[in-house]
Design a protein around this ligand. Structure first.
Ligand code: FES
Length: 112
């Protein structure tokens, strides 16, 4: 079973599970501030579930690449939308600041 390292937790999940659902189920702070209430609930349109991922996940789908090509996201940034990402192996997740998680300051890291 793949392991997710996020915000100091080690979470085991099923191969292919949706990253957003797993993180929320384990009370990881996937959303920053007001985006906890105002988000698209996983349809890939708001962009607030953006995280940095190191490890094996599904390729970015068109919803992920399209939303991250629009401001305040940037297609050059190495982020992914958790709601559009399936976990395929052990991964390390980092959350950045800003309403959309698009900032440059780390909010939490894999191990803290
Ligand atoms: S929850 Fe809105 S894009 Fe992921």
């Amino acid at each position: 079973m793949p392991k997710i390292y996020a915000q100091g937790q080690i979470i085991e999940c099923q191969h292919g599970e949706n990253l957003r659902k797993v993180l929320l189920k384990h009370n990881i702070d996937l959303y920053n501030g007001g985006s906890q209430l105002i988000n698209c609930r996983g349809i890939g349109s708001c962009g607030t579930c953006a995280v940095k991922i190191v490890g094996e996940v599904s390729p970015a789908n068109w919803r992920d690449t399209t939303r991250r090509s629009l401001p305040p996201h940037s297609p050059e940034r190495d982020l992914r939308l958790a709601c559009q990402t399936r976990v395929l192996g052990d991964i390390q997740v980092t959350k950045y600041d800003g309403f959309w998680g698009h900032g440059s300051q780390i909010v939490w890291e894999p191990f803290a």
